[in-house]
Structures are given as structure tokens and as C-alpha cells.
Design a protein around this ligand. Structure first.
Ligand code: F0G
Length: 447
């Protein structure tokens, strides 16, 4: 009986890690205005800023890239990519884009009008920003359990169905489409159950509202359904993924996550209702509809990645790492969102640092300290990122197939010293506050 979590792959290409001293990191923090987005990667030892576009691609993906058909129109690589999306998700109409937010901009640009409202469990920052940019409202209707970091409900990404029904009834004519994000990144990487996805589809459709899934972590969500939802364990993840999309009218995808690619995205649709208008918008800013702002080699990487990600030994390992990190952090006395999700571990900075109030950014204080001590780059998801944030979280997002189990053990050892010294941490003041998506460029001063 083996207990060690092992990577179900071997490594063919390596990149050195960089190790700096704490003093060097302190100076770099001052230069970066204490914003970890403004650090250089050569100054980061463990980069957990995001799982987006940071995947180590497989030899099969690199091999496919070499045979890509770099044609402006009608590329063979596009056909291959489109067929895979249809096979994996069941959507025959596919529009490639350069990444998730480009899918959002093109799709919303056609469908969202001023004064509209778009419900979801939780909108991710770019999704929210693209909706608000068009003068519409992005509405979060996640279940109450999803707002409580300590609650161990297995599907904390679910939408509150009663709230959704009331919302659709009241605002029907203002809702161009309804969404759900799988897994719920903003809400702690929590999965949505198949039952909830189907119930949402029914409610949206009852009010003639199209149902669009923000699908970037669909494979992790499918594995968590297999592991946690009643009567799902006998199904393959591939079957669960197809069921996930079966009642949806389409999806928006950032291929930088579960398509295992370094760049790319797409819009996939069940019917061709909006297809021509979306393609016209796409041509305006992204490119011709058979490449959508990408090289054909990126289409090849996505096509291989979308199938690779459904490998259950990979997904089991991926989710085991998050669970392991949650257990070890909790054992050290560092509270996290429970239960563990798929792509990341979210430290609950509000409970960990109760002496730092939200307006002094406890998440930022912790993120800065993790870098200062261990060279770990993380991402604040709290009052820096959002006005009226429900939680103050620090996300350690794990790039796919990049760090090994011994890296995680090394980090856990390093964090042991932080707990007894946490009362010394101080909050921050935001001294430069950009209008939109401020976490990317804001600057801070310690209090
Ligand atoms: N939707 C969700 C749920 C996301 O997590 C992201 C990106 C996007 C849409 C936008 O995709 O980056 O390809 O334009 N999330 C990254 C993250 C940036 O770090 O969580 P994109």
C-alpha cells in the first residue's frame, strides 16, 4: 500500500530554480511596491501566482506542435482542434481566441447590453470586469456555504438555486445569458456538482435564458464530481465532463488551465445562432476564425492537452497535491478554505491574521510574508482584488506538472516558523490604486 503522492509522469526537460536571500527579497519587495505581480520571475523560487499558462507541456503536445499547419485560413490544425472540443465537450461550433478573457470580450461584446445583469456562482475578475466594462452588472449567487471558508460542504461552488430562480423571474428581460464557473475560482477553487449544473440549466431554460459555462477547470471539476458526488464514482471523468456540458448552450474557455496549454482559449457553442456575429467580432480584433489570434501550433497543443487532461491518474495526483497541502498547512495552524479544491490552496488570511482589518489588506500582508520568507509568489484574492470582498484569501495556485512532491514538502518545512511570529505582521496601505483590475498594478506601503 503506497502513501507517497507520486507524479504520474517522468521529466524530460528541466529548468533551474533560483534561490535568493531574505535580504535580497526584502529589497525587491520595496522596488515592486509590495505588489508580487511586479516581481521578476528570476527572483521567485516557487511561483504559485497562477496555474494559468504555466503548465509543463507533454512530449505529445510538443510533437503535435511540430506538425501544425500554419495556414491563414482553413488550417488542418483547426479542424483537429475543433473535433477534439466537440468530442470532449459536445459542442460542434468552436471559435478559437488567444485566451479566456478574449472569449469573454468577444462573446459579451455581442450579447451584453448596458443595464443587463449576468448571474453566476462567482464571476472571476476578468469576467466581472468585461461585463462591467459594457455597463452591465455581474451578479454572484453562490450558496452561503461557499462564503464560509471553514464549511466542509463538498460542492461549495454551487449556485443558490432559490436565489437563481428569484433572480431570473424578477430580471428575466435583462439577462442575456446565465453563467456558472467550474471550478469556482474566486470562491476558493470549489467544485460545482453535476446536480447543481443541471438544475441551473433547467432554471435558466425555464426563463428562456441561454446557459454558458466558464469552463477553464472543467476536468478538475469533473474529477471532484467523480470523487465526491453520490452515484458518480462509477463513471469515467470523460463521461462526467460530457454530462457537465450536455445541458449548456455553450462555454467560454481559457485553455491556459485545463487544456494544458501556455496560451489559448475558445468559445464553444451548441448551435450556430450567434456564430456569424461572433466570428465578425473575432475578425476585428483576434484574427480569422480558424486561428483566432493563435498560431496553429497552439491549436495543436490545445487539442492534445484537452484529451490528456482527462487522464484520471493525472487528475487524482493533481487533487491529492491540493489535499496534501491543505492538511499540512492546517496541521501547522494555517487555516485554509476547506475542503481542498482542484488547482490551488487558499489560505484564510482573515482568520490567520485577525489583528489586521480588511481595509489594511491581511491577504496582501500574508502574500508579502510568504515571498519574504520562502520566495513563494502567491496571489491575494480579497480586498485588494475586489471591493466588498467576502473573504480575505491568499491563493497558492499550482502550475500543472511543474513542481514535485519534494518541493511541496520543502515549502511546508519553511512555513513552520511563520505561525509563532504571525502577530508581528502588519497591514498595508494602497498608495497607487488603478481604476480596473487594480491588483495587477497597485502599489503598497507597509503600515
Ligand atoms: N475564468 C476563470 C474562472 C479564470 O480563472 C480565468 C483566469 C479566466 C476566466 C480568464 O482567462 O487568463 O486566459 O484570460 N484565471 C487566471 C488565474 C488568470 O490566475 O486564476 P485568461
Amino acid at each position: 500500500m503506497h502513501r507517497t503522492i507520486i507524479e504520474p509522469f517522468k521529466i524530460k526537460m528541466v529548468e533551474p530554480l533560483s534561490f535568493l536571500t531574505r535580504e535580497q527579497r526584502e529589497n525587491l519587495l520595496i522596488e515592486a511596491g509590495y505588489n508580487l505581480f511586479l516581481l521578476k520571475s528570476k527572483h521567485v523560487t516557487f511561483d504559485f501566482l497562477t496555474d494559468s499558462g504555466t503548465t509543463a507541456m507533454s512530449s505529445a503536445q510538443w510533437a503535435a506542435m511540430m506538425i501544425a499547419d500554419e495556414t491563414y485560413a482553413g488550417s488542418k490544425s483547426f479542424e483537429k482542434f475543433q473535433n477534439v472540443v466537440n468530442e470532449v465537450m459536445g459542442f460542434p461550433y468552436v471559435i478559437p481566441t488567444h485566451q479566456g478573457r478574449a472569449s469573454e470580450r468577444v462573446f459579451f461584446g455581442h450579447l451584453v447590453k448596458k443595464g443587463n445583469k449576468v448571474p453566476s456562482n462567482n464571476h472571476f475578475d476578468t469576467t466581472r470586469a468585461n461585463i462591467e466594462y459594457l455597463g452591465a452588472e455581474a451578479v454572484d449567487l453562490v450558496i452561503d456555504e461557499g462564503k464560509d471558508p471553514k464549511n466542509t460542504f463538498p460542492f461549495k461552488g454551487n449556485i443558490d438555486l432559490k436565489k437563481l430562480e428569484d433572480f431570473c423571474r424578477t430580471h428575466q428581460t435583462q439577462i442575456p445569458f446565465g453563467m456558472i464557473t467550474i471550478t469556482n475560482n474566486t470562491g476558493g477553487g470549489q467544485p460545482v456538482s453535476l446536480e447543481n449544473i443541471k438544475a441551473c440549466a433547467n432554471i435558466y431554460h425555464k426563463y428562456n435564458i441561454p446557459f454558458i459555462i466558464d469552463a477553464c477547470r472543467f476536468a478538475e471539476n469533473s474529477m471532484l464530481i467523480k470523487q465526491r458526488e453520490t452515484n458518480q464514482n462509477h463513471k469515467s471523468v470523460a463521461d462526467i465532463a460530457r454530462e457537465t456540458f450536455a445541458d449548456a448552450d455553450g462555454c467560454l474557455m481559457s485553455a491556459k488551465k485545463d487544456a494544458m496549454s501556455n496560451i489559448g482559449g475558445f468559445i464553444a457553442l451548441k448551435t450556430n445562432n450567434w456564430l456569424q456575429s461572433l466570428k465578425n467580432l473575432l475578425i476585428l480584433t483576434e484574427g480569422f476564425p480558424t486561428y483566432g489570434g493563435l498560431a496553429a501550433r497552439d491549436l495543436e497543443a490545445m487539442a492534445v492537452g484537452l484529451k490528456e487532461v482527462l487522464d484520471e491518474s493525472y487528475l487524482e495526483y493533481r487533487i491529492a497535491v491540493s489535499r496534501y497541502m491543505v492538511e499540512k498547512l492546517n496541521a501547522l495552524g494555517i487555516p485554509t478554505v476547506l475542503p481542498a479544491g482542484g488547482h490551488a490552496v487558499y489560505i484564510d488570511a482573515k482568520s490567520f491574521l485577525p489583528h489586521i482589518p480588511s481595509h489594511q489588506f491581511p491577504g496582501q500582508a500574508l502574500a508579502v510574508e510568504l515571498y519574504r520568507r520562502e520566495g513563494i509568489r502567491t496571489c491575494e484574492i480579497g480586498s485588494v482584488m475586489f471591493d466588498n470582498a467576502a473573504m480575505e484569501l491568499v491563493r497558492l495556485a499550482f502550475p500543472r506538472r511543474v513542481y514535485t512532491q519534494s518541493h511541496f514538502d520543502y515549502i511546508i518545512e519553511g512555513l513552520g516558523d511563520l505561525v509563532p511570529e504571525k502577530a508581528q505582521l502588519r497591514g498595508f496601505k494602497m498608495v497607487y490604486k488603478p481604476e480596473a483590475l487594480r491588483h495587477f498594478t497597485a502599489r503598497f506601503e507597509p503600515l
